[in-house]
Design a protein around this ligand. Structure first.
Ligand code: LMR
Length: 399
């Protein structure tokens, strides 16, 4: 056995950019790569509610013993309440089971491993485009990965007609991955009526919806953003949800996420949970506790929860303001084209429409980092760097 034949893997399309950015010596550099929130000073803050929760935890913690394989049952319950709404009948029905996973990525991976074991012939359908890591996660779990149409690049809108006809062709044995809100990378979400239609197609075709919910609160609000989920829950439907608290709690490095499986009955739910636990046990055994305990502490305390909701609102509003400032900055510089679509996109990202040549120019000549394909993390824009960014983009657009 030798490692000599090992070739280097390419840098990660998103996190690899952060490494390159860190090495850049240009004092004007801007990182619009990874989806990480920054405040107007360019820092990724620890939320006040999180600091307060950590103080409580430090005082009250009595042990560092292992968590159960699926994490704390209280965390699971709170995650469900956030997903479905406290009063939603699915919670009382006992048809849903939730496990705490290390971030949204592990929720996707554990969900993918489970589905591939339970339905070995199933294929997964992901949107074109989608988060750069989706394909890798599902391929690693053994899935054949296919795509459905999502985006109309010429008009910067959802290509719903083609999406719809693609979804109608997917057979009932397959799995379809959908982004509940703040579609990554485009920032373009279906309307409520379009979601109704997608949910109807799912029921009719009987394919399994896998709903990726990484940005709850960053679209229109914590409650508004979960509205599409409810549409899939009617009539005892089964589905899978991956959720992340990285963004809305700012807990990126703590890896707090959840995998929720909604099944047809409590018996099936128990069987499914037992299989998911086996998958976790042979992988990371049980989740890291800290991030999950922070989420639990905040959500259980009325005052901290209120503070959290207001901090989520602040983050969402700041990103919205930066969208408007970017549109205005480009308009003032009289760049070719109308960039007002950036204001209509939701969440952290803007699919800017910049070509790969322009993205490369910005990175190599201006130290402005964004993901190939033109995805820009709007949450990385500040009042301090927006003028430089608009100047650099205007130059790139004139290439
Ligand atoms: C992103 O899309 O930038 C984030 O979800 C971070 C990641 O893990 O890629």
């Amino acid at each position: 056995m030798t490692f000599e034949a090992v070739n280097s893997a390419p840098a990660d399309a998103i996190l690899g950019l952060t490494e390159a950015y860190e090495q850049d010596q240009n004092p004007k550099k801007i990182n619009l790569g990874a989806g990480v929130y920054k405040d107007d000073q360019g820092n990724t803050p620890i939320l006040d509610c999180v600091r307060a929760a950590e103080r409580v935890m430090l005082e009250q913690e009595t042990t560092k013993a292992y968590l159960p394989i699926g994490g704390s049952p209280i965390y699971a319950r709170l995650a469900q309440e956030l997903l479905f709404g406290e009063q939603h009948p699915i919670i009382a029905s006992g048809r849903a089971r939730t496990v705490h996973t290390p971030g949204g990525t592990a929720a996707l991976r554990v969900g993918a491993d489970f589905l591939h074991q339970a339905l070995p012939k199933a294929r997964i359908w992901i949107s074109e485009p989608t988060w750069a890591n989706h394909r890798g996660v599902f391929e690693a779990a053994g899935f054949g990965v296919h795509t459905y149409t999502y985006y109309d690049a010429a008009n910067k809108v959802l290509d719903f007609e083609r999406m719809r006809s693609d979804l109608l062709r997917i057979p009932g044995d397959d799995v379809v991955l959908l982004h509940v809100c703040c579609h990554n990378p485009t920032g373009v979400d279906p309307s409520h009526e379009q979601w109704q239609e997608i949910a109807t197609i799912a029921r009719r075709q009987r394919w399994m919806p896998f709903l990726d919910f990484a940005y709850q609160g960053f679209g229109s609000g914590l409650e508004q953003d979960r509205a599409p989920l409810a549409l899939f829950l009617a009539n005892g439907a089964e589905l899978v949800v991956s959720s992340s608290f990285s963004k809305n709690f700012g807990l990126y490095q703590e890896r707090a996420g959840a995998l929720t499986l909604v099944t047809g009955s409590t018996d099936v739910a128990e069987a499914v949970l037992s299989q998911v636990k086996r998958i976790i046990r042979v992988n990371y055994s049980n989740p890291p506790a800290h991030g999950g305990q922070v989420v639990e502490t905040v959500l259980r305390d009325a005052a901290l929860r209120k503070q959290w909701e207001s901090e989520v609102t602040q983050m969402r509003e700041r990103i919205k303001a930066m969208r408007a400032a970017l549109v205005e900055g480009l308009r003032k510089r009289k760049v070719a084209g109308d960039f007002s679509f950036i204001s209509r996109q939701k969440g952290m990202f803007s699919y800017s429409g910049l070509t790969d040549t322009q993205v490369r120019f910005l990175r190599e000549q201006k130290s402005v980092y964004m993901v190939t394909g033109g995805r820009m993390n709007v949450a990385g824009i500040t009042t301090g760097n927006i003028a430089y960014l608009c100047d650099a983009m205007a130059e790139a657009l004139a290439l």
